[in-house]
Design a protein around this ligand. Structure first.
Ligand code: ZN
Length: 133
């Protein structure tokens, strides 16, 4: 793993949270993107080499909507950048971690992503991601 690439934060409403984070971080949101397969809208902010990814559900029963219903708004996942996602998935699986997806999938921000089940990572949802070149 190379570094923390971004921290994902679940929010209810972009019209509230994007201006809030723009003010907080003193930088403009540089990208908004819908990931239709995950029923989620994403909004990105960059500070140095680390990003903040806001996540807003596009449906009432989407994964982010359910998360907020259960736990409220807040930190949803931590994403680490990797050089070779398939090799890293294999390494993690062999080390006993449970992957939520068997194959890397297309995420937001031009990335291939995979998630680890929180029950094997001290209840922290971990994403690994690799830039698509
Ligand atoms: Zn993410």
């Amino acid at each position: 793993m190379l570094k923390v690439e971004h921290i994902g934060i679940a929010v209810k409403d972009f019209t509230v949270s994007i201006p809030l984070f723009e003010q907080l971080l003193n930088t403009n949101c540089y990208k908004q993107e819908q990931v239709a397969s995950e029923h989620v809208n994403t909004a990105f902010f960059q500070k140095g080499t680390t990003k903040i990814e806001l996540l807003e559900s596009t449906t009432a029963d989407g994964v982010i909507a359910k998360y907020i219903e259960k736990k409220g708004e807040g930190i949803h996942h931590i994403a680490f950048e990797v050089e070779d996602i398939e090799a890293e998935m294999k390494r993690l699986q062999q080390a006993g971690f449970i992957l939520l997806n068997e194959q890397p999938k297309k995420g937001a921000d031009n990335k291939l992503v995979a998630f680890l089940h929180p029950k094997t990572t001290n209840s922290v949802l971990i994403e690994i991601c690799q830039e698509i070149v």
